[in-house]
Design a protein around this ligand. Structure first.
Ligand SMILES: NC(=O)c1ccc[n+]([C@@H]2O[C@H](COP(=O)([O-])OP(=O)(O)OC[C@H]3O[C@@H](n4cnc5c(N)ncnc54)[C@H](O)[C@@H]3O)[C@@H](O)[C@H]2O)c1
Length: 317
């Protein structure tokens, strides 16, 4: 019994030590130090009406960018846009409807953007959620995989030629440290045989890392770079679907990053001059970060790409 208790305590201590760098608020280490301006550039951010996305929009608007906030809820998005316009004095904040859980909405959105806009210099695939009970997207995909991976995969595919024409350009996929606990279960990608909301989240965040890796390879001859990001553990409303997780988040809030701090790594990847040639990497606290072995597997990345194309009925060579 004593041995068991000591072992469990020891494991908890080791786990805490390993996790501390990922949950602790880095007052200085995680701040984007670049002073690059984005006047004349256009940025598109998904899920920009709250949390990390909203603060990313604020930061990039303050640097002079035209910011397109791609959101599900137009009322919330317009309220957030008004705040950003008032705070930054930048009137170029555009709100557009996008539901990543519906491929028709993604297609309509991309079509409208390419008609309305002259360029997209920075695409930030940020929208997300966690701990939903088993839910399917409009097209029948498991919600975490469908929104985080397939929705953003399709959006990027549809906009890529337009982004290439706007280059130099950058794509940022907001993933998570949670990718470390993920596995791509090709035998049950939609978690129909067994479902765990946590594992579905981890699988989808691993998919973000693998997508980044494969896309970077395919963009080698272009002036478009793509990187993934762990924003830190951030006190946002992302826990809204789980009251237990919301309690934990509130209890730990003094340790967690604020949304503004959580936006820093996305901002860094979007603007830092020294990243102009850096692609296919993963960042945390504005520095290159560890990628789990399953996130570095080229065969899995290629297979996931092909399977994603099949699921979405698209050709993307
Ligand atoms: N908060 C954290 O600790 C943390 C840690 C690691 C990674 N992340 C990632 O950061 C990103 C932003 O999360 P956040 O913490 O700011 O949460 P948040 O809930 O504040 O913001 C997520 C946004 O995504 C939007 N969204 C969700 N589903 C959508 C859909 N189908 N179509 C369009 N928009 C949709 C929401 O409306 C919301 O505006 C997510 O990808 C999340 O996985 C967050």
């Amino acid at each position: 019994m004593v041995v068991l208790l000591l072992t469990v305590t020891g494991l908890c201590v080791i786990a805490s030590l390993l996790l501390i760098p990922y949950i602790r608020r880095y007052a200085a280490a995680g701040v984007c130090t670049s002073s690059a301006r984005l006047d004349g550039k256009t940025v598109l951010i998904t899920g920009a009406n709250s949390g990390i996305g909203k603060e990313t929009a604020w930061e990039l608007a303050a640097r002079g960018a035209r910011v397109i906030m791609a959101c599900r809820d137009l009322v919330k998005a317009e309220t957030a846009a008004q705040e950003i316009r008032a705070d930054t004095g930048n009137e170029q904040i555009i709100v557009r409807k996008l539901d990543l859980a519906d491929t028709k909405s993604v297609r309509q959105f991309a079509e409208n953007i390419m008609k309305e806009e002259k360029m997209i210099n920075i695409l930030i695939n940020n929208a997300g959620m966690i701990m939903l009970p088993y839910t399917k997207t409009v097209d029948g995909f498991e919600i975490h995989f469908g929104v985080h991976h397939l929705g953003h995969f399709l959006l990027t595919h549809l906009l890529l030629d337009f982004i290439k024409k706007s280059s130099p350009a950058r794509i940022i996929n907001v993933s998570s440290f949670a990718h470390n606990f993920g596995r791509i279960n090709f035998k049950d990608l939609q978690s129909e045989k067994s479902y765990s909301a946590g594992l579905a989240y981890c699988q989808s965040k691993l998919a973000n890392v693998l997508f980044t890796r494969e896309l970077a390879k395919r963009l080698q001859e272009t002036k478009v770079i793509v990187n993934s990001v762990h924003p830190g553990t951030v006190f946002t409303e992302i826990t809204r679907h789980s009251s237990a997780l919301t309690l934990v988040w509130k209890g730990l809030s003094f340790l967690l990053k604020t949304p503004r701090e959580g936006a820093q790594t996305s901002v860094h990847c979007a603007v830092a001059e020294e990243l102009q040639e850096i692609s296919g990497k993963h960042f945390s606290d504005c520095t290159p970060a560890f990628v789990a072995p399953q996130g570095r597997n080229d065969e899995t990345a290629r297979k996931l790409w092909d399977v994603s194309c099949n699921l979405l009925g698209i050709q993307w060579d």
